[in-house]
Design a protein around this ligand. Structure first.
Ligand code: COD
Length: 303
């Protein structure tokens, strides 16, 4: 049975046992709260990397007991990124998390050709969202990493998102190839890409998925919208994966739903040797905790 809520994700990862989570620059308040909670939930065994004095100061300010956790002292945030990556390469960590360090610094350490965590695949950001108004989890990509994906990149985005869908128990995910309209318009590149991707999916070139597009977001989540529009689509009203045209549309949509919708969210980067929890400073401790759970879930199987 597919998982349809974060509660379902948590109960699955609790059964899977603890994953070793290396946290680069762990000196962030909501980060330590989320880590402590994830540890309490039995999901992770954290390895805090950073400035010991700063980490201990934040922990005491936040009332978080970090005494049970391993702490690796490094000189600066940049060094904490390379140390975190090194722990994964040495088989001492199962997943990574960004702490109080620039996203680009961690991504550069991960993408490093010689010392990073690439395995010949595209790295992409995947958000999983639970919305009260939708009976399935929404898998949204890519609002965090790939800026302006071309057609081959979109193929990889779909494959990475499908991999996450499989971890959620969805065998044949339904993919909405999103645009502003349901017709191909040569002035809207995403509609052309969507039409090609839909045909590729039909021919089995995207793996075990059902994909359709171009479709607007309303059609993807509402069968009634599809009926009113008179569009027949195998994904109408029941899409699992939402392929955004670019990073801006992905990022804006997710943030709009976080701030104005009634949603639970978690997000990770997939496609590297291990899942990477990569969050913004303003994300709440709950979003960070959800993302850790999603990362732990994604540790299973080859990505
Ligand atoms: N997957 C796999 N390899 C990649 C990827 C990827 N997604 N991106 C780059 N690489 C490889 C390239 O093939 C190359 O070998 C090397 O990494 C460097 O490539 P560049 O020069 O294109 O990479 P950078 O370092 O200039 O940029 C990579 C970033 C991921 C930093 C860049 O794409 C970026 O800034 N993305 C947006 C991140 C962001 O601002 N997010 C905001 C929302 S939170």
């Amino acid at each position: 049975m597919p998982i349809t809520s974060f509660q379902g994700i948590f109960s699955k990862v609790r059964r899977m046992g603890r994953r070793r989570l290396a946290v680069a620059a762990a000196e962030g308040d909501t980060i330590l709260q989320a880590i402590a909670e994830a540890h309490q939930e039995g999901i992770i065994e954290p390895i805090l990397i950073g400035n010991r004095a700063k980490i201990e100061k934040v922990a005491s300010q936040e009332g978080v007991d970090i005494s049970p956790f391993e702490l690796v002292e490094v000189e600066n945030p940049q060094h904490s990124c390379s140390e975190a990556v090194k722990l994964v390469r040495e088989g001492k960590a199962d997943m990574l998390m960004k702490g109080k360090v620039e996203t680009s610094a961690l991504l550069k350490a991960i993408l490093d050709k010689d010392y990073g965590l690439r395995k010949g695949k595209l790295l992409s950001h995947v958000v999983v969202m639970e919305a009260k108004a939708y009976p399935k989890l929404l898998i949204i990509t890519d609002g965090g990493m790939n800026i302006s994906p071309d057609l081959p990149t979109k193929v990889e985005l779909i494959k990475n998102a499908s991999w996450v869908a499989h971890r959620l128990g969805i065998d044949t995910p339904k993919v909405a190839l999103l645009a502003a309209v349901e017709t191909v318009n040569p002035d809207m590149q995403e509609t052309i890409d969507a039409a090609i991707l839909a045909k590729m999916a039909q021919r089995g070139q995207l793996g075990n998925v059902v994909a359709d597009g171009p479709v607007a977001f309303d059609l993807a989540v509402s069968f009634q919208a599809a009926q009113i529009k008179g569009v027949k689509s195998p994904i109408a009203g029941e899409a699992d994966i939402f392929l955004m045209p670019d990073i801006a549309t992905g990022n804006i949509s997710v943030k709009a739903l976080i701030y104005l919708g009634n949603v639970e969210v978690g997000g990770i980067v997939v496609g590297a040797r291990v899942p990477i929890v990569l969050l913004s400073r303003v994300d709440t401790a709950k979003i960070k905790l959800n993302s850790i759970a999603l990362g732990a879930l994604s540790c299973q199987g080859e990505g």
